[in-house]
Structures are given as structure tokens and as C-alpha cells.
Design a protein around this ligand. Structure first.
Ligand code: AVJ
Length: 324
């Protein structure tokens, strides 16, 4: 092993276009209209998200970092035989360095395999990491982990799904995610590390998704620019308002875009013209907030046992070490 950085495209370029077209067609003709959050992350969306992680109102990244700083050595000691660290939705991989520092200091780690839909994020992460970990192979994979979860390299595996991104999936989609991951892991050998945001007072939650500087509003509206560029639409971001609300029934933050006026938006690439009524809202993301008992039971139903549940000092966020 050593110093090899490979970038594998599991998604033929056409896939991304086809997937966006299918998602736009389905979502924009739904009741209510909606779009999957993975389309936020073009280059501008990824940059806006990095800025969100630094906002005072957006605590999850800092909280998870506190836990990883406190627990990475313990996690590496608990899993001394791990050869491949697979990260789902790696983004900039900045949060992963604490894990990689710990696993490369002690054990058998030979490969880091970030899986993400964004080639830009993977390339940037790959370049940064190969200097920091000269003995590590970095096998980056452009994939939609909801579609294809085959981990590169050889086990034992630690699969890390950090940042709270599990919360982007509703109950049914989480069940499908667990069902596609579980058969790829071996009981008694592999492990799954998940970062999740926890239920707390709604005001704190809403402010984390509707910051005073309007960065989250920009991030939310950016998906309209992605549709304009990729599908030839002409959404006017100024004709929509950002909304973040706490849906107590489903224990989740929801982000919406509200149409300021009645408007008609053509999307020529998919032969669709979309009408918005004045005040009509389109849902662009859910971010589920978890409770320990319910998530532990949900994971048990999916064949994962929670072995450790670590939180930051203020119990805002949790890092779970689970085993198949
Ligand atoms: C990257 C999906 C974990 O849900 O908190 C941040 C994305 N959306 N602010 C989240 C997000 C609005 C973030 N995840």
C-alpha cells in the first residue's frame, strides 16, 4: 500500500443527469412539490455548506468534532484490525481527520475510501489526505451511496456516516439504507459509526437552519440554480423565500422554498412547465433529529447493535458505534 490516490466513477456521468431529471420530474409534479437534498451539492452548494458549518447557530459540526476529538483514540483501540475506513457522504473529509489520525497511529488501517456524489469534494479531499497520510491508500468513489454501497478494498471495515446526514433520510429510506448496507458487513468483524443530531428545543433547531446571515437561505435557493444550469430552467431565486420549520410529529427540521407570487417555470430539458401558486411551498430537505431509545430500536430492527453512544458535553449531538 502507500500513497495511491484513485478516483473511481461508479456513476456514469449520464447517470447524474438522468437521476436529476427523474428527481425533478417526480418532485416537481408531487404534492407538495419537493426535491432530494443531494442536488444541493454542486461546487457552490458545497462551498455554502462549508460556510454553514462555521456559523454560530449551526452547532452540529462543532459538536461532532468535540466527540471525535474526545473518542477517536478509543474507537481505534476498540477496532484494532480495521483495514479500510469507508466514509459515506464524505464531503471535504475534514471531520474524518481525527479518525484517520487515530487509526493510522495504531492499527492496521491501509485504505481510506470516501464515497460521495461530488467528484470535486473527493478530489480536494484526496489531495489533502495523501500528504497527511503517506502510507495510506485513498480510494475515492463517486457514487450515490443510496444506490451502491460496495466498499472498496478489504475488510475488516469501519463504515463512517457522519455529520448527521442519516437525518436526510425519512424512516422508510433509512430502513432501505440499512437493508442495503447490512449484507455488506460481517458480524464480529466490521462496524458502523454514525453521527446523529438529537432532539432539543425547537428554537435552537430552527435557528440552526435559518441563520441570521442568510447563508442557509442561499444554500437552500442554490438548488434552483442547479436546476437552471442542468435542466435549462429559469427559476428566479428572488421569487422564493427560504423557510425552516420544526415538524414535531416527524421529529425533523424541514427546509422549504415558498413562492412569493403565482409563477410559471419552464424546464425545457424535461418537457415540463411547473406552476407555483402564490405562497405555495416546495420541500427541499428534511433533517431528522433523533432520540436514543428510538434510534437504538430502529438500528436493532435493522441488525445493528449500538455498542457505544457518545455525546458532546451539552448532549446536542451523538456518535454511535454499532456492530452488525
Ligand atoms: C449535511 C445533511 C447533515 O441536515 O444538517 C445544513 C445539511 N442543511 N444546513 C444537515 C444542512 C441545512 C446537513 N447535513
Amino acid at each position: 500500500t502507500g500513497r495511491r490516490f484513485t478516483l473511481t466513477h461508479r456513476l456514469p456521468d449520464a447517470h447524474l443527469d438522468d437521476a436529476l431529471r427523474a428527481d425533478a420530474l417526480k418532485g416537481l409534479t408531487g404534492r407538495p412539490k419537493s426535491l432530494p437534498p443531494k442536488w444541493f451539492y454542486d461546487a457552490r452548494g458545497s462551498e455554502l455548506f462549508e460556510r454553514i458549518t462555521e456559523l454560530p447557530e449551526y452547532y452540529p459540526t462543532r459538536a461532532e468534532h468535540q466527540i471525535l476529538a474526545a473518542r477517536s483514540a478509543e474507537i481505534a483501540a476498540l477496532l484494532p484490525d480495521v483495514r479500510t475506513l469507508v466514509e459515506l457522504g464524505s464531503g471535504s473529509s475534514r471531520k474524518t481527520r481525527l479518525l484517520l489520525d487515530a487509526f493510522t497511529a495504531t492499527g492496521a488501517l491501509e485504505r481510506y475510501a470516501p464515497l460521495d456524489v461530488s467528484p470535486a469534494a473527493l478530489t480536494e479531499a484526496g489531495e489533502a489526505l495523501r500528504h497527511r497520510y503517506p502510507a495510506l491508500d485513498v480510494s475515492a468513489v463517486v457514487t450515490d451511496y443510496e444506490a451502491d454501497l460496495t466498499p472498496p478494498g478489504r475488510g475488516p471495515y469501519l463504515v463512517a456516516f457522519l455529520g448527521g446526514t442519516l437525518g436526510n433520510l425519512d424512516t422508510a429510506d433509512r430502513r432501505a439504507f440499512y437493508a442495503s448496507l447490512r449484507p455488506r458487513l460481517t458480524a464480529g468483524r466490521d462496524a458502523l459509526l454514525v453521527g446523529v443530531d438529537l432532539v432539543k428545543d425547537p428554537d435552537t433547531l430552527v435557528r440552526a437552519y435559518d441563520d441570521g446571515r442568510g447563508v442557509t437561505a442561499e444554500f437552500n435557493k442554490n438548488v434552483l440554480l442547479v436546476l437552471n444550469r442542468e435542466l435549462g430552467a429559469d427559476f428566479d431565486p428572488a421569487a422564493f423565500d427560504h423557510r425552516a420549520l420544526w415538524n414535531a410529529e416527524h421529529s425533523r427540521i424541514e427546509m422549504w422554498l415558498r413562492s412569493r407570487r403565482a409563477q410559471r417555470v419552464p424546464l425545457p430539458e424535461i418537457d415540463l412547465t411547473v406552476d407555483f401558486e402564490e405562497g405555495e411551498e416546495m420541500r427541499t430537505e428534511i433533517s431528522v433529529k433523533f432520540r436514543r431509545e428510538a434510534l437504538t430500536a430502529e438500528l436493532a430492527d435493522a441488525g445493528f447493535t449500538v455498542r457505544h453512544w457518545w455525546t458532546d458535553p451539552l448532549s446536542r449531538f451523538a456518535l454511535l458505534l454499532t456492530t452488525p
